[in-house]
Structures are given as C-alpha cells and as structure tokens.
Design a protein around this ligand. Structure first.
Ligand code: HPA
Ligand code: ZN
Length: 322
C-alpha cells in the first residue's frame, strides 16, 4: 500500500472547495455565468493567496456557477470519485448553505444534489459519506440561527453543524445559541478555530460551543494549558497542511506545527480543506508530509487510525476500519 491509497477518513473538506477549474468552466457555460477566463489553467493562475480572506473572496465569487440540483450533484460526485481514488473510505463533508441562499438557490436544490451524489457514491464506489452544515461566521449568530431553522425539514440529510469563513473578529462566542440549538436537535458539533485566530478561539469553541472536534486548531500549540486539555480529552484536530501553507497560516511546511502536535500526544487527522484551491487532495497532503518529515508507515497508520477514531461513524463501524 502506498500513501496514495492508504484507507482513511476525511473529516475536513468543504464541498465548495473541491470545485476544480475544469468543472467551474463547464458549470459557467451551462448556466451562462461570466468568469474572468474560460481557460482552467488561467483560472488556476489567479489562485495566489496571502491569507484566509484573499482565498475566501475568490472562493465565494466562483460559487455563482452553482445553480441547479445537477450542478450540486456533479460537484459532489467529482469529489467523491477523486477521494475514493485517494483511499478515502469515509467522508464528513462541509457545505455552506448561506452562500447558496444568498445566490438565490433554495435549500432543497442544494440538499437534493448533494444527497443524491452521496447515495450514488455509496452504491458505486463503496464510500460512506455524510454532510455537515456550516454557518458563515462573518454573517453572525442571528443569521446562523435562521439558517438552522430553515434546515430543520432536512434534518435526515445532515449529521452535524460547523463554523467556517473569516475567523478573526468573529469568535465562537457569537454562536453559542445556535450551537446549543443544534445540540438539542441531536446534531454533532464542530468548528474552525485556531487557524488564523489564537488559542482563545479554541478555548471558546470547546467551552462555549461544546464542539466534538476542532477544525485546524494549529495555533493551540501556542498554549501549553490548552494542549494539555486537548491531549487529556483526546479532542480530534482536523489539520490541513497544504491549506495552511497556501493561506500562510504557517510560513512553510517545514515549520508546520504537525510534528509538535503529534509529539504532544494530540489526536491529529490529516485533511485537504479546499483541495481545488490548495494544490491537493488528502493523498497529496499525506505525500507532502511524508516528503517533508519522512513519516514512516507506522506514523501513517497512526494518522489513518486517528481519522476513523475521530469520525462520527457508529462505534461498531469505526472498529471495522481501525
Ligand atoms: N477556513 C475558514 N473558512 C473556510 C475555509 C477555511 O479553511 N475553507 C472554506 N471555508
Ligand atoms: Zn476549512
């Protein structure tokens, strides 16, 4: 087995961030949406990011091409096909309904396309996948509550809620009420924290939102007390190394916090975040780590085992993979 098809669970991937420029062009033509170029390579050339916001600006603009249920189906199927080839056996996939609602796309169109893709991928590829509905933190807590209320008729089509978009200035404390409501509805809870925001955001996500996993969490390493809490409780951290380099959350891969996080005994998993934008899928992330840090098979096996342990699969199913 090579790193390219090591069986893993992917727990931090935004379906909108898997929109490759080739599909972007197809959908733009299908729906008559203007793009700065219709050459996939030229579009990729525009992906030069200096921080999270510079990425989000392009990422949100591109999503104007997603109009119909078929578009969401094609997006979901393309990711699941590529992920399956990368060894992904289980995917817990983020999506951003507020972006699509703002573009005039009703929730039933988004759910309809994505849920059908997940069902077809299970049948044809044998991959298990579920959706996690993310709130856009820059739109605030009241908008998040409204979104959750609107999604209640679709409760059988997603397993949890998350928190993404611009981090600094939009702390987890703004979302206490909506996360409490999600818990009462029986949903899992995760949040991006400690990507650009400091360890205080990770503390808030744990203490105020009651998250079961922290997405990114790399800046937790700056706070020894927090590291001890995360280690002791074995809170999973969904780390995305190529994303962190692209968005300059770390200056270089060589300086990434991952080795320190592993050495501290944290439950770390490796993920792709927005693979169409950051230069690679989960296998590419694992290969880059292997090249940079010389990970051996035992360390790769630990990361793979962590990914299933950290997943929201039922215990019996987890054990089949571990
Ligand atoms: N951080 C925050 N929001 C996001 C990201 C991310 O890495 N990707 C897509 N939305
Ligand atoms: Zn993310």
């Amino acid at each position: 087995m090579t790193v390219a098809n090591w069986p893993v669970a992917e727990l931090h991937v935004h379906i909108e961030g898997t929109l490759e420029t080739e599909l972007l062009v197809v959908l733009a033509r299908r729906n008559d949406v203007a793009l700065p170029s219709y050459d996939p390579d030229a579009l990729r050339e525009l992906y030069r990011f200096t921080d999270l916001q510079s990425f989000l600006d392009i990422y949100y603009a591109n999503l104007a091409v997603l109009r119909t249920e078929a578009d969401f189906y094609d997006l979901g199927m393309a990711y699941l096909t590529r992920a399956s080839a990368a060894g992904v056996r289980r995917a817990e996939i983020f999506f951003d309904p507020q972006t699509h609602l703002a573009n005039g796309i009703p929730l039933d169109v988004v759910f309809g396309g994505l849920t059908r893709a997940l069902a077809d991928a299970r049948a044809t590829l044998g991959i298990s996948a579920d959706l996690i509905l993310c709130f856009l933190r820059h739109l605030g807590g009241a908008a998040a509550l409204q979104t959750l209320d609107a999604a209640v008729p679709f409760l059988d089509q997603f397993i949890g809620v998350g928190l993404d978009s611009a981090e600094v200035g939009f702390p987890p404390s703004l979302f206490t009420e909506v996360f409490a409501r999600a818990k009462a509805l029986g949903l899992h809870r995760v949040a991006h924290a400690g990507e650009e925001g400091g360890p205080d955001y990770v503390h808030e996500a744990l203490d105020l939102l009651g998250v079961e996993r922290v997405d990114h969490g790399i800046r937790a390493i700056e706070d020894p007390g927090l590291v001890e809490i995360l280690r002791e409780r074995q809170v999973p951290l969904t780390v995305c190394p190529l994303s962190n380099v692209c968005l300059r959350a770390t200056p270089t891969l060589a300086e990434h916090a991952l080795p320190a996080m592993l050495a501290a005994g944290l439950l770390v998993t490796i993920n792709s975040d927005d693979p169409a934008y950051f230069g690679g899928y989960i296998d590419d992330n694992l290969s880059a780590l292997q090249r940079e840090f010389g990970l051996d098979n035992q360390q790769l096996a630990t990361l793979a085992r962590n990914s299933f342990r950290a997943s929201f699969l039922p215990e019996a199913e987890k054990r089949r993979h571990i």
